[in-house]
Design a protein around this ligand. Structure first.
Ligand SMILES: NC(=O)c1ccc[n+]([C@@H]2O[C@H](COP(=O)([O-])OP(=O)(O)OC[C@H]3O[C@@H](n4cnc5c(N)ncnc54)[C@H](O)[C@@H]3O)[C@@H](O)[C@H]2O)c1
Ligand SMILES: [Zn+2]
Length: 796
């Protein structure tokens, strides 16, 4: 290399050192890496190459010569009796054959063969666990001190924290241990514990861990051991440090076996291998298994097995010559976000997904990564155009770990959850306190088709026996069914054809077909079950529609108050909201559902296929009251009025007209709490406030007029009649009988008089029955009552 390049090289080396120092600090001290390991390793390699080419540039404190970083603050220092070193790395090179691609490993193995003059030496081969190196000191078999690696010479005393890690023995088992024994190994966080931690953090809107290594390092270096105890950490031993007052076996592999006996966990993947071929075979074997291991590994480690050989090989500045880490393709990579899209799951959950410039992560091309939920996108502040770190480990979906802020281009915008489902166009809704947004288009959303069908056919919904998961898969995949309404169009031939295709796809040919017979009984049964489901009840049907937030009990409430599907379909959210147990969210969901054209079509198609409800009635007479002023005032949104005051006003004035005609505002508001009356007076003083109120009132009247009012005719039938109920009725409760009689205009009284029109006497009727007979009032039995109700209610 010519001298003239030196100034350039000097600048570059200084620049690299600064960047590496910064990365070291973030990684080792803060446990918050800002760049990927790969980018870090590349910088370190470049610096090494520069220092080799220009030895005058090498400084004694260069990061190429040091291990880790000195930790700062918080913990007492521990000096390691025997330094804790790093490992040299072997990366995969370009090439066609294993020997070309693993040149660096080959060189490592050949150097040992030559130095020791030994063919195909034996190695201990181990997974390279991605966690935090620690040293555990045992005196007379008792755990006395634990320390991090730190800069290799001095680490942090994390004894209290390590005591909370279950995998670390506090007393050695068995016998024969040296008086002083230092065991070294890796504290790790299992992938499942890492995922669980992050899942929880995302739900609670807290900071997530970037990766399990971070999780392990960050958790272990908590100043409060009770926090460490809550994070689930694990541990594997892979080496020994100081040994006094005792002996260990002569090879590393035997030492690990001994450690196992004394109670230390050693990875079950640890093995021995002979020569370069043995190393490469191990690399492939573990690489193959990598995704299935319960923890992250970033490579494998080859260690010359016999200690005598290790002694001969010796050390370079920061790593032994008798060991090397053979790295796997990185699990984290940087790439750019090309778009952020929404994916709708089977149950309608909307997950933001980053579309990425394709990138190789741990041996797989990744083009999408999950962003989990809207809160996570906001917390990470991921934007289209950003450079991000993506992580793919195990069979977990790749995820965006963080943004690299320095690389953000100009003119980016924070991302927001779209208001509508990209699949079906329905509104995306979010339940209070929930992280997930959901598509509200259950019936018409292609993404939710299968789930919607399974729900529709469920026992507590339309109760169509025989429509299970596999069936629904075939029905939807082969295009026989798009919405539940299509179920009612299926013919016997459709079913047989579909079954044939499903069997073909699964590679199963049923016995019957082999014998040349076609079984049809199952299809006939299905068609029968579908046919039978047409006779249903209104609550079942409402529940079956899969409207978001509508469980069985809300479905019953709707049916009880509004009586018929025709009425339910027309009700605006403002009206639904006043029904008991129907909050504004549920009301918005119902009204939104029926306002959706696609849903309307499906519901119409279902009705056209002949679905009927055995229990449709008229709106409850109490609905009127409920609707009146309360709704109007509520809709107008008068601040701080509160339900009590609203009710008071509703009772006092009964209609908006009467309220507005009542006189000066302070008369209207007399008796209300002061905040409410001030607000209401202010509100009533402006005509612009009253206009929407009048419009709403009018709309409400129109709505009520449009409701099929069979009850108006029926009401007349019992209008002015007074009925008394006595005894126990077998088929309906006293309350229900009362409600239904009142719906027809009757007055239900508590005692019998001459004015009583008739008495209904059930089982064990007492004094009222006597009184009626005494006064000559007609007495009806239950059957007569039911007939009366049926006649008038049925007259819709
Ligand atoms: N992303 C960043 O900003 C950043 C910054 C600094 C370091 N790093 C990363 O940290 C690593 C360098 O750190 P390092 O000095 O710890 O080197 P290293 O991780 O490459 O190798 C040494 C370490 O491997 C671990 N190890 C796991 N299994 C082992 C086994 N079976 N036997 C022996 N050791 C085993 C030990 O903790 C040991 O200290 C690099 O991978 C680098 O990419 C990243
Ligand atoms: Zn949708």
């Amino acid at each position: 290399m010519s001298q003239s390049h030196a100034p350039d090289a000097r600048t570059r080396a200084a620049e690299l050192r600064e960047k590496i120092e910064r990365a070291n600090h973030c990684y080792y001290v803060l446990d918050e890496p800002e760049i990927t390991d790969l980018d870090y390793d590349l910088m370190l390699r470049e610096l090494e190459a520069l220092e080799q080419a220009h030895p005058e540039l090498a400084t004694p404190d260069s990061p190429t010569r040091r291990v880790g970083a000195k930790a700062k603050g918080g913990f007492a220092e521990v000096r390691h009796a025997i330094p804790m070193l790093s490992l040299n790395n072997a990366f995969e090179q370009e090439g066609d054959t294993d020997r070309e691609r693993f040149r660096e490993v080959a060189e490592f193995e050949r150097r040992i063969e030559q130095t020791l003059d030994r063919r195909t030496p034996v190695f201990s081969v181990e997974p390279k666990l991605d966690g935090l190196a620690i040293s555990l000191r045992y005196e007379d078999g008792v755990f006395v001190q634990g320390a991090t690696r730190g800069d290799g010479e001095t680490g942090e005393d994390v004894t209290a924290n390590l005591r909370t890690v279950r995998a670390i023995p506090l007393h050695l088992r068995g016998e024969g241990w040296p008086r002083v024994l230092e065991v070294r190994g890796e504290v790790i966080m299992l992938r499942k514990d890492f995922e669980a931690f992050n899942e929880r953090a995302r739900i609670h809107g807290e900071k997530t861990l970037a990766n399990p290594r971070n999780g392990a390092a960050g958790s272990l270096r908590q100043l409060d051991p009770s926090i460490t105890a809550k994070r689930k950490l694990s541990f594997f031993a892979y080496a020994v440090g100081e040994v006094r007052g005792g002996e260990l076996p002569l090879t590393h592999s035997k030492t690990l076996a001994q450690l196992r006996e004394w109670g230390f966990p050693v990875s079950p993947e640890v093995d021995t291998a002979r020569g370069l071929d043995g190393l490469i075979a191990y690399y492939h074997r573990i690489g193959e298994k990598r995704d299935r291991l319960p923890y992250d590994i970033d490579g494998v480690v080859y260690k010359l097995d016999d200690y005598e050989g290790q002694r001969v090989m010796g050390f370079v500045s920061r790593a032994p010559r008798w060991a090397i880490a053979h790295k796997f393709p990185a699990q984290e990579q940087t790439t750019t976000v090309e778009a952020i899209e929404i994916q709708i799951g089977r149950t309608g959950a909307a997950t933001p997904v980053a579309r990425l410039a394709p990138v190789q992560v741990a041996g797989v091309t990744v083009t999408n990564a999950t962003l989990h939920n809207a809160d996570q996108v906001a917390r990470l502040d991921v934007r289209v155009g950003d450079t991000v770190i993506v992580r793919r480990a195990g069979d977990v979906i790749p995820e965006v770990v963080r943004v690299i802020p320095e690389q953000r281009p100009a003119h980016t915008h924070p991302w927001h959850m779209p208001s509508h489902c990209p699949v079906c166009g329905s509104a995306l809704l979010r339940e209070e306190g929930e992280a997930a947004w959901r598509c509200s288009g259950g019936l018409i959303c292609a993404a939710q088709r299968k789930e919607a069908l399974i729900h529709f056919a469920a026992r507590r919904a339309m109760d169509i026996e025989g429509i299970g998961e596999r069936f629904v898969d075939a029905l939807v995949d082969f295009g026989y069914v798009h919405t539940p309404a299509d179920l009612y169009k299926l013919t016997l031939d459709d079913f047989l054809e579909m079954k044939r295709r499903a069997d073909e796809r699964d590679g199963t040919t049923p016995e019957t077909v082999k014998q040349g017979k076609v079984a049809t009984k199952w299809a006939e049964n299905l068609i029968e079950a579908i046919e039978a489901s047409k006779q249903t009840t209104l609550p079942r049907f409402l529940f079956a529609l899969g409207i978001m937030h509508i469980g069985e009990s809300t479905a019953k409430t709707l049916a009880a108050w509004l009586g018929s599907l025709a009425v339910i379909r027309r009700m605006p959210a403002a009206v639904l909201r006043v029904l008991p147990d129907v909050g504004s969210e549920v009301a918005a969901s119902i009204a939104g559902f029926f306002a959706q054209k696609g849903n309307q079509k499906v519901v119409d198609a279902l009705l056209a296929s002949g679905i009927t409800f055995s229990d449709e009635t008229h709106p409850s007479p109490k609905l009127r009251q409920q609707l009146d002023l309360a709704v109007l005032l509520d809709m107008a949104g008068v601040n701080k009025l509160g339900p009590k005051s609203t009710k008071l006003l509703a009772e006092r004035f009964t209609t908006l007209d009467k309220l507005l005609a009542a006189g000066p505002a302070h008369w209207v508001t007399a008796g209300l709490p002061s905040a409410a009356s001030t607000n209401l007076e202010g509100f009533l003083a402006h005509e612009k406030n009253l206009k929407p109120l009048r419009e709403a009132d009018e709309a409400m009247r129109e709505l009520l007029a449009a409701i099929p009012q069979a009850s108006t005719a029926a009401e007349a039938a019992l209008d002015g009649q007074t009925v008394v109920l006595t005894g126990t009725l077998a088929s309906l409760s006293r309350d229900e009988a009362k409600e239904r009689l009142e719906a027809l205009g009757a007055k239900v009284a508590g005692s019998v008089s001459k004015k009583t029109s008739f008495v209904v006497a059930g089982e064990a009727a007492g004094s009222k029955l006597d009184k009626a007979q005494e006064l000559g009032v007609p007495v009806w039995d239950e059957a007569q009552l039911l007939a009366l109700l049926a006649r008038h209610e049925g007259g819709a």
